[in-house]
Design a protein around this ligand. Structure first.
Ligand code: 5GP
Ligand code: ZN
Length: 113
């Protein structure tokens, strides 16, 4: 989408610290990290949220597989980590382009605020 922040990052029109990229996915460091490791895993194709991913689409599975690989890369497998998708206003979604947060490197409280 023309005016979408994460589409622009995927097209390299806005700079970001890229930690992983393939044909379908880009993963970047969050600009406002909430943990020592805070990576955003973003499909290059624009989906407004998980609600607009159709059945049979592999993108969510691909994102989870990349999250596993990034957890290994950043050394947070043994200590544990969290993979989060915020959906909609009450879910805390602020960028309307599907993405998952990979958070680790500190103990994360539960329930979330
Ligand atoms: P949400 O609140 O939608 O679940 O997550 C959006 C995330 O995008 C936030 O954690 C926010 O810090 C991050 N973010 C917003 N703008 C930028 C940006 O320009 N670059 C990067 N790397 N992250 C951003
Ligand atoms: Zn987008």
């Amino acid at each position: 989408m023309e005016d979408c922040l994460f589409c622009k990052i995927a097209r390299k029109e806005i700079p970001a610290e890229i930690v992983y990229e393939d044909d379908n996915i880009i993963a970047i460091k969050d600009i406002d990290p909430q943990a020592p490791i805070h990576v955003l895993i973003i499909p290059k194709e624009h989906y407004e949220s998980i609600l607009t991913v159709s059945a049979g689409n592999n993108i969510i599975s691909e994102i989870h597989i990349i999250a596993n690989r990034l957890a290994v890369k950043f050394g947070i497998v043994d200590s544990g980590f969290r993979l989060v998708n915020n959906c909609g206003e009450n879910g805390g979604q602020t960028v309307d382009h599907l993405h998952y947060h990979l958070l680790g490197g500190r103990s994360l409280s539960w329930p979330p605020g």
